[in-house]
Design a protein around this ligand. Structure first.
Ligand SMILES: Cc1cc2nc3c(=O)[nH]c(=O)nc-3n(C[C@H](O)[C@H](O)[C@H](O)COP(=O)(O)OP(=O)(O)OC[C@H]3O[C@@H](n4cnc5c(N)ncnc54)[C@H](O)[C@@H]3O)c2cc1C
Length: 404
């Protein structure tokens, strides 16, 4: 049977190739070696420090590791080359993130900045974007408020114009890096009537403008912070992008790298299952290694299947990003599945380790606590499900995926 017209476009099965290019493999292998040689050996120290309630990796140590990577040209993974970055795409970004995820040590390569800072004007770029890329300044992204999390449109923080300045009042919460940031990208209502439909503006506010922060202890190791704005004055020139267009920028920030979170989880799951298998081979009960028991084998098998499914959800979402087409449905699916499955897998691996899994001698309990947040931030499980179902019901996405 001949097709009435040639298969073409994204769903071109004739063009389907699920292997990595040589360049992709080489970069991935370089990161894998870096993680094995430079990051994993730090894990014991990090665990000991965290047990003493200290930061696992100091900012100086992080910078030192980043500098080492930069010597080999590894800097700004997805930052455009004109800003000194590597300008790598979504698939490569996901592969790199998965390698970094193999360690719970919170390492990231230097040289990146919030994607929406690229919307800055030339002066703002020089003041905020370039120093952030260079690691001289730390930013934080502040949209969530006590009354506006999943329901982000319900912002209450206000910014009122006073001559050539804006006066910001409000509270932000759960802001990653909020306690160490030099400046924040803060979202405030500038037109109550319009609200999130053209009445929210993003401001670049230096810490010196007077906002304060307080760390929020969490069950993971990286405490976000609450930010307080009380009559904080910023110049009109502090607006990022256009007045009233802030909500779109916020959605752009959140939407940019949703596939990168489950990519990191993918690496964690791979390492965890490797640890589980190692333990299962060595732990003998009733005269045989537990690896020979069906109960343990099923946990390993189920985890392996789910890891494989997660890998392809992540890579498909990343690939759609690289194609420049709408990847939101795929990203939501990868984020949802990654969060749910990473939590199930770490639980199984903890179970395989028995009592040892529950102790702080091993990093399993550390991961168990850390991975939980994946089901909450950058869109909870429930919000991802809501998005996925709505896209399908409204006909914006097909149940047959991108192949149609
Ligand atoms: C460690 C950490 C770091 C964070 N970093 C940042 C950051 O850098 N910047 C920032 O702005 N924010 C940040 N956040 C905030 C994060 O994005 C929010 O916590 C998240 O969006 C959920 O909002 P919420 O906590 O207000 O929960 P809520 O929105 O109150 O949700 C509570 C529960 O109700 C469910 N729910 C809500 N609405 C619906 C619905 N319509 N249908 C069904 N179920 C629903 C939720 O899924 C959840 O289970 C961070 C949070 C954490 C924990």
């Amino acid at each position: 049977m001949t097709l009435p017209f040639p298969a073409a476009g994204l769903g071109n099965l004739g063009g389907m190739d699920l292997s990595l290019s040589q360049e992709e493999s080489e970069i991935r292998d370089w990161v894998r070696t870096f993680v094995d040689k430079e990051i994993i050996p730090l894990e014991q120290t990090v665990l000991e420090r965290e047990r003493r309630n200290e930061r696992g990796l100091t900012i100086e140590e992080l910078r030192g590791l980043q500098a080492k990577a930069r010597e080999s040209g590894f800097f700004g993974v997805q930052t455009p080359e004109e800003y000194g970055g590597m300008g790598l795409g979504g698939v490569m970004g996901a592969l790199i993130e998965a390698e970094l995820g193999r360690s719970f040590v919170q390492f990231k390569f230097g040289g990146d900045a919030d994607n929406i800072l690229f919307h800055a004007n030339e002066e703002q770029k020089a003041t905020y974007l370039v120093p952030t890329i260079e690691g001289e300044k730390i930013s934080c992204f502040a949209i969530t408020e006590p009354g506006a999390g999943s329901d982000a449109r319900n912002l209450r923080t206000t910014a009122v114009r006073d001559g050539d300045e804006w006066v910001i009042n409000g509270e932000k919460t759960f802001i990653t890096s909020g306690d160490v940031a030099d400046f924040c990208l803060v979202f405030a209502v500038t037109d109550k009537e319009k609200g999130a439909n053209g009445g929210v503006t993003c401001f670049l506010a230096d810490r010196e403008t007077g906002w304060t922060s307080a760390e929020i202890p969490t069950m993971g190791q990286w405490g976000p912070a609450s930010l307080s704005f009380q009559d904080v004055r910023v110049p009109h020139s502090a607006i990022l992008g256009e007045e009233g267009r802030g909500f779109e920028l916020a959605m752009k920030w959140i939407g940019k790298g949703r596939y990168l979170l489950p990519a990191r989880a993918l690496g964690a799951c791979e390492r965890l299952v490797e640890m589980g298998m190692e333990h299962a081979r060595n732990r003998v009960t009733f005269g045989a290694p537990i690896a020979e028991r069906q109960a343990i084998q099923w946990m390993i098998a189920d985890s392996a299947v789910e890891i494989e499914a997660l890998r392809w959800l992540v890579l498909q979402a990343a690939w759609l990003v690289d194609q420049g087409v709408d990847s939101r449905q795929a990203q939501s699916m990868a984020k949802l599945y990654g969060g749910v499955k990473a939590n199930e897998i770490v639980d199984r691996v903890l179970q395989i380790h028995g009592g040892m899994g529950y102790t702080r001698e091993l990093p399993v309990e550390r991961w168990y606590r850390e991975l939980r947040v994946l089901r909450i931030y950058e869109g909870t499980d429930e919000i991802q499900r809501r998005t996925i179902a709505r896209n399908l019901l409204a006909g914006h996405a097909s149940i047959r995926g991108h192949l149609g």
